[in-house]
Each structure stands twice: as structure tokens, then as C-alpha cells.
Design a protein around this ligand. Sequence first.
Ligand code: PLP
Length: 737
Amino acid sequence: MSYIEPELDSHKILSQMLASNEFGTFFGVSSKVLKEVWAALTSATGESVTHVSMEIGADNDVYNPVKDVLREINIFDHENKLVSKFNDKILYGPAKIPNYSGGLGVLAGDTLKSYADCHLPALGISLLYRKGYFSQLVDSEAGQIAHATQWRPEETPHLYLLKDPADPRKPLQVEIPFFDRGKQIKVAGNLWMKLEAANDLSYFVPEILLDYSLPSAPEWIRKAAQHLYESRSERAKAIQRRLLGASVLPVMKALNITSKTIHLNEQHGVAVVLHLIARYLQEKLGDDYMMKSTDQEILETAKLAANWVVYTIHTPVKAGHDRFYRDMYAEIGHPFCNRILELLAEEGENPDFFNFTSLAMKINRAANGVSRMHRLVTQKQFPQYAHKIKAVTNGVHHLTWISAAKAELFDIFPEFKDWRRNPGVFAKAEGLKNNDKFRTYLEQAWQTDTEKLIDFINQMLIEHRQKMHTTWIDPPNFFSHLKDSERDLSPKVMTIGFARRFSTYKRANLVFEDIDRLTGIVKNNNWPVNFVFAGKAHPADEPGKHIIKNIIDTQKELYEKSDGLIRLIFIPGYDMALSKMMVAGVHAWLNSPKRPLEASGTSGMKAALNGVPNISTMDGWWVEGYNQGRTGWKFGRECEISNACLSEDLCTLLFTEDSDSFYNLFPQILKTFYDETCRHELIDKCVMNIALNGPVFNTHRMAAEYAKLYKIKLAPEMERRLAAFRKLYDSNRPGKI
Ligand SMILES: *Cc1c(COP(=O)(O)O)cnc(C)c1O
């Protein structure tokens, strides 16, 4: 359902979606809206933000307001060729841009979508990876098999190659300086544009994806730009980061973007500060600034550069922070750039490295962690900056993640009127807690979502078996080989979901630590359970891949020892579409990281917005979302936050202690599902998730907090709306978490 003026007829709506300029039928956004957004992004006041992220996940098969409107107005047989081409492209064209690996990218996408909904002028910048992240196959013997995702930006609807205004036959290009064996070179990149449209198409946020695959670029650049999180060498990784950071100012210049705020979504793009510093020095000292600058002048100028930057740190885990050998970096960076790094990117522990997290932490005007707990952790990790580190707790874009069945439910009850614009209204669910009609409808919607997920899995099990002779992949679930009558999962069985990247600290296999104990619990009461797992491990992360293999290897033992009561399923190819189906369809969402290593986590928020309770260690967002058990369950050790508990060593991951805590809790959870006299507790938790977590863990509220952090001036009506979101929640509320 859209907010396009309802009294308009279909043809008028369509005409509102088309631009009269060079974009024409491309995006489904009118000339008026294009003009308004572009005016804001290029205005002399600079009241906008440029959001820089290594990855952006915003798959259009999961959320696409342009497509929704086209479906609604239903003009198929239009005689206008352009319009029917537009229809075909949006309604049936490929939708995915495989430019994300996990939570960081999906968060970036969700953020930009909420900025569009809240009319916060913003530009997203990321790279375009022609081989994506990777596609995941899983074989029962080999475990995860990674292969390159082949996709063609040229054939992807919504992805527009920007043209040079001086010569529209040519693509617009930016050039960024690189250093190659002692020589300065310029590398040219094309600019692809995607739009994140507001739900009612009244605004948008453009996203620029930089394409460094041009034949004119040296091969080592093209290779470094192929895969997201390229890991074949430290050098390739460093080059990829440079491609992002060094492009920011040239892109802004090419498009006349005047943002006074550059938001670094994690430190990957921090090289932009080197260019800001160089620009200031050049203004001050002239073209031979490199010869003239003193260390003192560089440090003074760094303060000016800092005024531009807002930095969000996303993880306390070491692998999330870039450290590069100085000697290696000298090969790709100009000696002057290395001189700046010598002054600003020191690595306390090892002087042979540049530390890019240190650089980002130092050079900014505001820095924040992504939950209240993560703020504390970050303050411990960077005590010298503790005073300035704030929290902005993450959220998810509610319009993307609420299932169709739940959306229908919210549309039926007038209490939720306007929920699309204002997720604050979810608080009203509390008033419906004892409303039988609401509870019944809620349970029905939940069941619809469960059936959809279970049908998908049952279909998948058959397909894997059918395809094995052509793909040579042995099905990742041994259930694929069972007889028809034994194979199918039932939607009546309590189904627990787990899906995220497979990193060791997330401990995907924690609840399978003691199989005898787990199978004992279900056998004692004859309570069957489905565990549904998905997720990718980075191809270079051997321990992560090992956990996937471990999960698959555990299926048969669990099934047999539990007398067929436990089915552990692994679904390959985790992406946003699968995520959406899982978070809404399961009966509880499992999250088992070692506290306090999960900075926030967002998949649990997606579950919560669908009313699905979490079962989680007290880490990341769950410290804020748990609400004394009214919204789910907690388990595991609740250590005091100190540097000691930040260890990622296997022997410090508390497998025995935290799994024991889970087994103590688990019978209670199963009871709420299977014991008719307790069932109401489960529905209570479902309602209270919507009521307590719905208004908070969404990116509209998060956008409101960021707008304040950016100190951005918005139109008065929008500012009022955002102020209302801020009233609902303050990530930096003084006192206890
Ligand atoms: C939400 C999401 C994530 C992030 O999940 P976490 O719980 O934060 O680890 C990762 N991948 C996909 C595809 C997602 O949709």
C-alpha cells in the first residue's frame, strides 16, 4: 500500500512516477522529486550527509516500493512502449545486487531507506563488485563451497550508469590517485546509481556504486575490486579500502554534492581523511604543500578534517579492524600520505603496522558504537577517546522486514494506523494484549509465516536430491535422502531459527555442545524441535567454515539420538529474502554470541518486529530489548565488561558454561509452546515484542538519533517527526543500560 494520493487514477499515478529528464522511466521517480532531492544534496548550506560503506544490502526482491505501486495500479497493457518496458523491467527483471556480506551491508541499506522515508538528504557511496561477495553451495562432505556470483550491472534494473553532462554519450568518470612502484597514476572509475525510494515515493536517497573494472585500470586494481572483502592478499585488501576512501571527495565533486558530514559506516573508507587533510594543506600552502608542510601543520589540519567526519564503529572483534604493514602500504600510498599515517595511524601494540581504526577514532567530530553495551565496550577499548564515544543503537527498516501477513494484521487494527510512516504506533500493541481478536489474528499471521518457511524447506530438501546428479553436490541435509513420508518438516513443531555470518564468536554450534543433554530434554517430554540454520563463512575463515561443516555433521546424530524428534536443517545461500522468511516464520530466534563481542546484531530485531521472541545471551541489542523477559529469554554468563572478557580465543568462548545455561532454560521454552496452559505466555511475548521493541529497534528512530548527531537541519515537518521518534528512545540515556 502506498501513500500516493489515493484519489488519483492509475494513469496519473504512473505519470507521477516518470521523469521528464534523462532518467525518464528509469527509476519510477518524478522530475519534481528528483529536483527536490538534488537541490538538497547540492545546496550551498551543505545540510546533507554522505554515507560511506564498504557494502550496501538492499535487495529489491525483498523491498521495492516502486514495484509495489506498479503492482497496485496494475497498468499492464499500456500502449506506450516505454511504459510497458518500464513495467517489465521493474516487475520481472533481476532484483539482486550481491554487494553485501552480512549485517553491516544490510544495516547500510536499511539506514538509507529510512533516510529516504524521513526526507533526510543523503548520498550513499560504496563499490561495485562484479563478482559480488560469493555464492554459497553446501555439500555434505565438502562443507561450504564458494563460487563467484556472476551478475551484470548493465542488465540490472534500477542501476543507472551516470553519463558525463559534457558529453552524454560517455559515462561520467571519477579519477582517483594511486601510487604504483614509485609512480603516481590515476585510476578511472564509472559511477552507477541506484535509488532507495521512500515508501510513498515522495523522496529518495541515491546510492553511488563505483566500478573500477574498466580496461584502462591496471590489472591489480581490477582484481582488488572484483570481490567484496577481497582476501587473496593484504595488499589487495588495502587497495580495496583505498578505492573506497579515496573516491569519496572525487564523487562528491563530480556530482556537486555539498554535504558537510561524511559518515563512515565502519572504518573501511577512512582514507577519505587523508584526502581532506591534503586538500586543506593545498589550500593553505599552495601546490607544493607536500614539500612545505610541517608535522605541526599536518596535525592542525587534521582537526579541520575531523570536522567533516562522523564515525560509527561496528565491532570489538579484531578481524573487523584494518591494520596494514607500513612497508606494504608504502607501495600503494604516496610518501606524503604515508607521512600523514605515521602521525595519525599509530598502532600501539605493533609499530610495524598502520591502524586504521585508530585513525578513524582520532579524526572525527563524533564517534559512536551501535548499542549501549557496545558503547561501554568501545570506551574500554579506546580509553583515550571514552569521553566522546556515544551510542546509537542499531535498528532495522520495519517496512522491509515485517512480513506480508503481519503487515496485513497491522492494517486491520486501527490502533496501528499510519504504522508505515510511524513505527512509534507499535507501542499500542500493549493495549491489545488482552484483545482476543488481536491475539487470534496474530497467531494466524504467525502460522501463515511458519507454513511459508516450512514449505520452502520441504521443497528445498526434495530439490537438493533431484539436482544432485547434475550439480554433483551431495545434499547438505541428510533428510533429503529420507523417504517421502519421513522427510517433511511439520509447521506444528516448535521451530527455532539461527542465521548470520559464521564467525567463531557467534558460536552457531553452542547449543549442540552436549548432544546427549539436548536430546534428553526433548525425549523426556516428547517435544519435537526443528532447528533451522543458515549463514555464510568468509571463504578465508577456516574456523567459520569448520562450524558449518560441524552443523551438518551433527544432523544425523541429533535425529537418531532424539528418536527423530530433533531436525537440524541447514539452508544454503543466506541472503535477505531468506532472512525475511526465517525471522518471521520461526517460533523463536536464537542468538548465542559470546558476550560482549556482538556489538549489536540486527537479525533479532527483525524477528522482534514480527513479534518473534529471541532466545539470546545478554549481548548487543538484546541487553536493551530483553525487557525483563517480557519479550523473550536470556541465557549465558553476564560478565562485567572488562578488557579481559574481550578475548576471542577458543578456550575463552565459554562453550561449556553457556550451553549448560541454555539447557537449563530450554525445557521452559518448549513448555510455552507445547503446554496448552502456558501457550498464552508465548503469545504475550509476541505481543510485547511488537509493543516494546517495535517502536525502538527500527531505523526511523535510529535515523532520528543520527540526524541529531550530524546536527543536520531538516524541514520543520520532518524535524517534528524525528523529534517524536527521539522521544520514544534515547540510546544515551544516563544510568544503567
Ligand atoms: C540481518 C541480516 C544479517 C545480520 O544478522 P546479525 O544477527 O546482525 O548477525 C546478516 N545477513 C543477512 C542476509 C541479514 O538479512
